[in-house]
Design a protein. Structure first.
Length: 155
């Protein structure tokens, strides 16, 4: 699979190790494999501060509060499509913004900040594929997929 994952660590609150960045990239790959995405694609991830995620949430969702992750599908792809790409072309799936500080807040014994960042990545990837959790039924299905993606990690 010829995938590019761009990660911009734009926040200064917490150090993000190369091992954590590799885990985020691997979660992107696992998500694509889980969803049987075989075409070349690109994903952009921005690691942000609580202030920036709040501003993005306010701007794009009209909600003036912090959140852990935001997903911005490109609109170029709907799950199940078979895009016809030219040679060396990649389909841009979308952007995600992940708040590192909130990932730290949501971590706990046995669930490290790295694991939380990987969880948020898997969650956001599913949003980029068009899944949502507005109803209990959608939430159950989406969270099951998210957990299956996370279970693809090597122990």
């Amino acid at each position: 699979m010829n995938t590019r994952t761009y990660i911009d660590n734009a926040q200064l609150n917490r150090a993000v190790s190369s091992k954590t960045l590799a885990g985020i990239r691997k979660t992107v790959i696992n998500s694509l494999e889980y969803m049987n995405i075989t075409f070349p694609c690109e994903i952009s991830i921005k690691l942000v501060s609580p202030e920036e995620i709040r501003e993005l949430n306010k701007t794009f969702r009209g909600i003036d509060e912090e959140t852990d992750v935001l997903s911005f599908p490109s609109g170029e792809y709907s799950y199940g499509d078979d895009p016809q790409l030219k040679r060396n072309e990649r389909l841009f799936l979308g952007d995600m913004a992940i708040c590192v500080e909130i990932a730290y807040r949501q971590s706990y014994r046995g669930h490290s900040p790295r694991m939380e960042l990987e969880l948020l990545t898997a969650h956001s990837m599913l949003h980029l594929f068009g899944f949502d959790h507005r109803t209990k039924r959608e939430e159950k299905a989406m969270f099951a997929k998210q957990n299956e993606i996370l279970n693809m990690r090597k122990p």
